[in-house]
Design a protein around this ligand. Sequence first.
Ligand SMILES: [Zn+2]
Length: 461
Amino acid sequence: MVDVTRVALVAEQAVEASFAALNRYIAFAPISSDPEAAPRLLELAEVIRTDLAKLGFSRARVLELSDALPCVAAEWTGAGLGAPTVLVYGHFDVQPVKGEAWSTDPHAIVRKGDRLYGRGSADDVGGWLSHLVAMEAWLKETGGLPCNIKILLEGEEEIGSPNLERFMDAYPDAFDSDAMVLTDCENPSVDIPGLTVSLRGLLEVEVSVTSAASDVHSGLWGNVVPDPATTLLALLARIVDEDGRLRVARRAIDPEWLASSRDVPLNDAVIRTGARLLDGVAPLPERGLTPAAWVWRQPAVTVLSTTFPAPGSEKNAIRRSASAKLSLRIAPGQTSDELFAAIERELRRDVPGGLTVSLERMPGAAASWDYTAAGPAFDAADRAYEKAWGRAPLRVGLGGSIPFVALFGKRFARLPLVLNGVIDPETGAHGPNESMHVGVYTKTVKANVHLYAELAQALAK
Ligand SMILES: [Zn+2]
């Protein structure tokens, strides 16, 4: 009988030593958005492949496709056919640092107190390294892992995973598994682990209001012909409530989930600091929901640009048309068609003066994702986190979109998808002084140790 707690202890003792590996990987500055960094990403992929082979993984390989940065894949199949296969996903590319004020070298790990600073420390090198440390402890301590493992590390996550679906098509067996652990997500605090279960999608729409064949003199015609600019403003005011929130296409929120979202440490003080609000400016009122519900579960609108005359182009004329580009966040479980139809209905009904109102969808939409994290694999994840963190992970959402998550959600919807990570609210991913909290990392390493054992039991064939 394997003593899993003993393996977790061995893993915990290896945490400190793994900082050197973290430093070695991020020193490559694997910035996927920089074409000049491509050779470094390839080199790093080869280093990771070698390390995985040394760890005891078989078929450690660099996956390549034309016009794509590589992925690294490896597997361990020693648990046999009766054991499930768990795929672990992470990414080894990082965001650029150009123009950011770092107080340390972004491409080296510098420890200050409880945090390790460096680009990629938490997003996402620390994320997948937390698995390698856990797996190494299993292999060292027991000579094997409780389940079969596939590791898949992507090199293009930070540029939106443009080729991940091609990799899925070209190397299906690198993805073929019974459960997936996607480790690139956020914990609500350093004490509360998170399990991501929803994303909002994105839809951009241009709204145009037109009144006449040409601009006309505002002195001669003002007060008798309509001004498309003010009509557009009135129409936009229709789709928001008194607080400025999108009023249409709102979703019903499950009362049980709403109650649990009170645990999310997203309160007025956090919002004020996080969004850098000026003194005297208040976060929007809750109106019966929670900030987490508003950010994760409801659709939202932002004005991206307008064609109102810019300073310097003033003239005393009523312009013939006005338009605005809107960014709409699609609620989990809502489709872009549904949201578009609701907006269109509202903006085109009873237009004052019969002005022409047209809506056009812009390219580059992202689907929302809504997942029910329930069943044996999630009971297993809850138990693993209880052992390592002292509590089950809180089901959290994300207000933005992550292409790889939406893609895994689309391709592998029937599989348990466990979305965890080592990011916390102070990580500052994608900004200056990105850091990983040592406590979060250590607890995630231990949770991973337990997770493989729990999943092996829960999903045994
Ligand atoms: Zn990431």
